[in-house]
Ligand binder design. Sequence first.
Ligand SMILES: C[S@@+](CC[C@H](N)C(=O)[O-])C[C@H]1O[C@@H](n2cnc3c(N)ncnc32)[C@H](O)[C@@H]1O
Length: 639
Amino acid sequence: MNKGKQTVEPRPLAVLGRPEPNSHSSEMHFSSKGKELMSPNVASNGKGPQRVSLSLHIKDLGPEPCVIPKKRVVDTHALIIPKEEPFTDDMPQDEVPIAVIHPDPLSGKDLAIREFSTGKSNWQVPPESLHADEIVGGGASASMSKRHTSCELATVSNEIPSRLEIASSQLGEVKISVSYNNSALGGQKFQLPSIDELRELMAQRCLRSYKLIDPNFDVIKILNDMCECISELATNSSNQSREGDVMPALDVLKRSPGRDALDAESNRENGCVLARLLNGSFIVQPSSNGCVDDVGGKELVVLPQHELTLNELRWLHDASDITKGEEKVEISWVNEINKDFPPPFQYISENLVFQNAHVSFNLYGIGDESCPTCFGDCLLAEQPCGCACRAGRKFAYSSAGVVEEDFLGECISMTRDPQQQFLLYCTECPLERSKKDDFPEPCKGHLKRKVIKECWSKCGCHKQCGNRVVQRGLNYKLQVFLTPDEKGWGLRTLEKLPKGAFVCEFVGEILTISELYARNREKHTCPILLDAYWGLKGGARDEEALCLDATCYGNVARFINHRCFDANLIEIPVEVETPDLRYYHLAFFTTREVHALEELTWDYGIDFDDLDHPVKAFRCRCGSKFCRNMKRSTRELRC
Ligand SMILES: C[S@@+](CC[C@H](N)C(=O)[O-])C[C@H]1O[C@@H](n2cnc3c(N)ncnc32)[C@H](O)[C@@H]1O
């Protein structure tokens, strides 16, 4: 039976002139319900980035499904850690360590970092001929040992006073090592605090001393700032080209390989509090029993070299804002599960036209007829403006900036309730035509849509008019995160969202269905049909049958996972600059109030029973009690 479930089966063909994403084994087939989403993740093609000279030191990044494995970037410089473990094969035997800045020895009795010097060598690649012990400055020369191997940097002896060392790498990695002289304590037991204890005490002191009233005050931020200052000063003094590479990425490192490296260190009871910055992020790793007395004979060694792909480097760089400044708000990403990076793609905040997609419409439909009635804030006008008239004489938005309850309710029930689903059928469906040009199958139906018509540039109203919501872009604090339930990456909100709130638009490349089919199926992440009008007009010409593909170019919506039936987001077509529904924006609004840290989901409209479809589906892990995929547990899942 034709339930309007449609699928797209792209034929594998080469795509020219575009970045090739990763290949991926999982695919899905999609419904319809007027919304089509046809391919899953990004995957690898083996054509990765070229070598770069930048280096980063994160340990042991295993292969992961969403990131291009490609050529690896071999870093040539490494952080320095206190030596304890024996050397292994993966440790470079002729490592050139990064520069180490030696501060003046601390002569006082406390643990505080008093001062440090930004030596000229910081951030610079030391000459190959220089060995670790040659690079180390003389400030605390007593602590520096002979060179045992190329990986050993210095020996911390019992005689040395408390001191501070700062090591840095080309990418803005900074390690701060604070050694504590137990004799300064007069023999008192010295037990390093946990990071939380340290944070709290520091916060109390800062609040007391500086009378801070900013509710966002955070000690870690201060430490990050301090590290950024170090980087800035060091960069200015030695290597201008590193400027801008420093970015706060605390979350990213929570479970990063870099963190693992420090975890290893923490077991060494080396008497040091280690602070590490990776592109500005900061981690303090106390050891359990840190007295200099215990440190005798321990040596600072170079971490094993680590390789990162260019994409991984990019992700680290963009950790605090994956939008790269394209949106009004920053969107961070975080992986608290493993060492994977998000799949590679180019962030765009507005749809881009690909080749033949026909989106330059005749604008007579708006403008003269409707715009003169738009003035100031159209929502406040006594008579609805022309734009509202086009959308049924009523604005879809309330004065609070959210979708009106009635309007939202109708959209939700049209999507969720199969009884009320209203499908429109094309006499000749572009989708079926693209699948089989010779003998296209009958149209399987497209969901009739309720559409929002926003005022726009040709209207006489103010940019802040209440009937302009989607076009003003993202407003809420969102975060991309690796889901704990094997759905891959997902999107969550970091703040409470009211019901009917605009979250984001689905942004990607606008292309025709034929162009989509011409793309290699493996490359599809999440194409969505813009099929709202097809059934209304009996069909659409090839160049007018459009869809959005966010595989290579997309926005944050490409991370939104599917949830059967009771998803907290719903997609609504929004007309902004075009007068008909050949092309429109697809915007996500909340179906209910959403709590901070809740994952954002929408119902892709997948028909999990459509096993005839050749495109592989994914095993749904939405967790909804209405999950449509549950019946499939006994069947062969093709993912
Ligand atoms: C539009 S992408 C969403 C972002 C994706 N999770 C990622 O890591 O890039 C769609 C893909 O996410 C995964 N996915 C989405 N919803 C899912 C669900 N409910 N259960 C399992 N996997 C899901 C599937 O692999 C699907 O092909």
